[in-house]
Design a protein around this ligand. Structure first.
Ligand code: PLP
Length: 233
């Protein structure tokens, strides 16, 4: 596929996703402007990100710090209002680079990572916005703080990071109805006065918007398929 046709594909897919976001918001009686689209560009080349930028997209999500660090600093020079969200499980030894390059880290999920981010923020003199990832399905193989530990973890990080702790994120279990997971996350965020609810991916973002998502993380529906076996986290 040449660059011109891949740009066309990204632009039109992006336009289609935006229409569906607006429709879902209106159907839920919400203002579409209250839903931010995070375009998840993991495993896609810088040229795909550029096509999305040219089509007006500004917020991007990446799973891996190294991939994000390779792609985004150059793009930021040309597009200073670009925002980068790190959405994948984060190793503590990557915390410093994450703090250096991200505008938001959506995957704060354990005390050791909280410690590493606080230390990195001191060293770098900057602290990205933070979301706590909740493992709403309590799946052993998944990232995210278990449901039972979520309340205490939210309180501890609110104390530590103040208003930089902006909200919660979840990835419901594959093959299950995601709606109860979205409802759980929304309620937990409300109970703690947290405004940002990051939920919904290509397969279920309209449902997430109906349940109050303020960030939707959409990859495949914008950029097309990723190499097999590398799909999620
Ligand atoms: C890959 C990924 C997404 C996007 O998934 P799609 O199904 O391609 O839209 C969203 N959130 C996280 C955490 C991801 O890892």
């Amino acid at each position: 596929m040449d660059i011109a046709s891949s740009q066309h594909d990204v632009a039109s897919a992006l336009a289609g996703v935006r229409v569906r976001i607006e429709q879902a918001a209106r159907e839920a009686g919400r203002d579409p402007a209250d839903v931010t689209l995070v375009a998840v560009s993991k495993f896609h080349p810088q040229s795909a990100v550029e096509a999305a930028l040219q089509a007006g997209q500004r917020v991007f999500g990446e799973n891996r710090v190294q991939e994000a660090a390779a792609k985004f600093p150059a793009l930021r020079k040309a597009w200073p209002d670009l925002k980068l969200h790190l959405i994948g499980g984060l190793q503590t030894n990557k915390a410093r680079e994450a703090v250096r390059i991200a505008d938001m880290i959506e995957s704060l999920d354990r005390p050791s990572l909280s410690d590493a981010l606080a230390k990195a923020a001191d060293q770098e003199g900057r602290l990205p916005d933070l979301l706590i990832e909740v493992n709403t399905g309590d799946e052993p193989q998944k990232f995210g703080v278990p449901r039972e530990e979520a309340e205490a973890f939210i309180r501890a990080n609110r104390t530590r990071f103040g208003d930089r702790l902006r909200g919660l994120m979840c990835i419901p279990p594959a093959g299950q109805d995601p709606v109860p997971h979205f409802q759980f996350l929304r309620q937990l965020a409300d109970e703690h006065g947290l405004a940002v609810r990051s939920m919904g991916m290509s397969a279920d973002f309209p449902q997430a918007i109906a349940q109050g998502a303020t960030l939707v993380r959409v990859g495949t529906a914008i950029f097309g398929g990723r190499p097999a076996g590398l799909a999620a986290n």
